[in-house]
Design a protein around this ligand. Structure first.
Ligand SMILES: Nc1ncnc2c1ncn2[C@@H]1O[C@H](COP(=O)(O)OP(=O)(O)O)[C@@H](O)[C@H]1O
Ligand SMILES: [Mg+2]
Length: 394
């Protein structure tokens, strides 16, 4: 967004410029005026998208200039910054359509939250209502991390969704390595240590960006427990993530702790990943029993059978019976494609697009996104009192 800044406080100007340039899309300060009168008298030839107006030094007699300023740029959004409460001015500003008022000194989080609202109102971006999908390994090595990371990438690449993957392994998380060779600069524990800074821009700056619309938040890396991670931190992270991403994929790992449990509580779907073998089925049963005892509804659980080979001794129906849950999807055994991808740290869809496992991931993307369309159509039909003939993929 192109912004006009009205202020004679050069420190504040620098601060807003720095915060603005860190945003995506960036807020660019294209012009500066030193006060309200200066701004009104020297109108910009090309109207800005945004006017950031520091009202600290406005004299009571200049109040009427506020309306002139807003008439000068009728299509712009306004952000008002005030040091002391200036009631008369505030009311004038509100009447002139200036809705965002921030107190100085500037609280960065408040600035970014206001910018988020301005962008939504201006149609630059939209608040998303992201869904949380948790992948959990019934037995170590079932393939939960491989599927979570590669499914996340596939959602971003094939369905054009904005996707965030969070590695919730308490220790030894490796999700980043499955799809990237970049070293994470920030991890989940770092974010918890600075939770007061949490907003969309901060979260984005902590990710390893695998694609423009797919980022990974690396697992906590804090063996000495310098940061106290709290379940409430997870609430904050997921609340902000839901606003800024279409899907939040969790790689939960096998150890369920207070943090990952809080994330699971909020998951829209849980995908237990297992292979069609007795030890996996035993551990899968235990896991599902835990989820049931936590009161998670059965339809939230969607089993994924990984490395599936048809014609084995155990059948899918046996598994479904033993676990009392339906299999949502099977992923074929594809040793070469999976191993190449994991070893090179390149998503399998990118490395071996036509492999069996890549095609299966594409099917899963369709299944998950189609379900969402069906759900919103269901809502549409309910609103308009029609009987839905939609076949739900449940
Ligand atoms: N569909 C598949 N076909 C072949 N190999 C697979 C498949 N899925 C996963 N693997 C392999 O299994 C290994 C373990 O997977 P991983 O995701 O690390 O398991 P988990 O996270 O459940 O412990 C990976 O190195 C990967 O190469
Ligand atoms: Mg794993």
């Amino acid at each position: 967004m192109r912004a006009l800044m009205i202020s004679n406080d050069s420190l504040l100007h620098a601060e807003v410029a720095a915060q603005g340039s860190a945003r995506l899309p960036a807020v660019q300060l294209v012009a500066t005026r030193h006060g309200l009168r200066d701004a009104v008298e020297r109108q910009l030839p090309e109207a800005p998208d945004l006017v950031i107006f520091d009202a600290s030094d406005v004299e009571p007699a200049e109040g009427e200039l506020v309306e002139r300023l807003s008439r000068n740029y009728p299509a712009a959004s306004f952000m008002l910054l005030t040091r002391a409460p200036q009631h008369d001015l505030l009311i004038r500003a509100m009447r002139a359509g200036m809705r965002e008022v921030l107190q100085l000194p500037l609280v960065h989080r408040a600035f970014h939250e206001a910018m988020d609202r301005i962008e939504v109102a201006a149609g630059v971006s939209r608040m998303r209502a992201g869904r949380v999908l948790a992948f959990i390994s019934c037995k170590g090595g079932s393939g939960a991390t491989f599927l979570a990371t590669n499914f996340g990438y596939a959602l971003a690449a094939l369905a054009d969704k904005k996707v965030l993957l969070i590695d919730l392994h308490g220790q030894f998380g490796d999700a980043t390595l499955y799809v990237s060779d970049q070293k994470p600069a920030m991890t989940l524990s770092d974010i918890c240590g600075q939770i007061g800074r949490m907003d969309g821009a901060f979260l984005d700056s902590c990710l390893v960006h695998v694609a423009s619309n797919f980022g990974v938040l690396a697992a906590a890396d804090d063996p000495q427990h310098l940061v106290e991670m709290k379940p409430e931190h997870m609430d904050t992270i997921l609340r902000v993530a839901r606003q800024h991403y279409d899907y939040i994929v969790l790689d939960v790992g096998r150890q369920i702790d207070a943090i990952s449990l809080r994330a699971l509580d909020q998951a829209d779907s849980i995908f237990p990943v297992l292979q069609l073998a007795l030890p996996d089925i035993r551990d899968g049963r235990r896991l599902l029993d835990i989820f049931r005892s936590l009161g998670y509804p059965g339809e939230r659980m969607r089993l994924i059978v990984n490395r599936y080979e048809k014609g084995g001794k155990l059948r899918l129906v046996d598994l479904e019976q033993a676990l009392g849950a339906e299999v949502m999807h099977t992923v074929p055994n594809d040793y070469v494609a999976a191993t190449d991808s994991v070893n090179q740290g390149i998503p399998v869809l990118q490395l071996s697009r036509s492999s069996a496992v890549a095609r299966s991931l594409a099917d899963m993307v369709e299944l998950v996104t189609a379900r969402r369309v069906a759900e919103s159509r269901g809502l549409f039909d309910r609103l308009f009192g029609r009987n839905s003939s939609e076949h739900h993929i449940d």
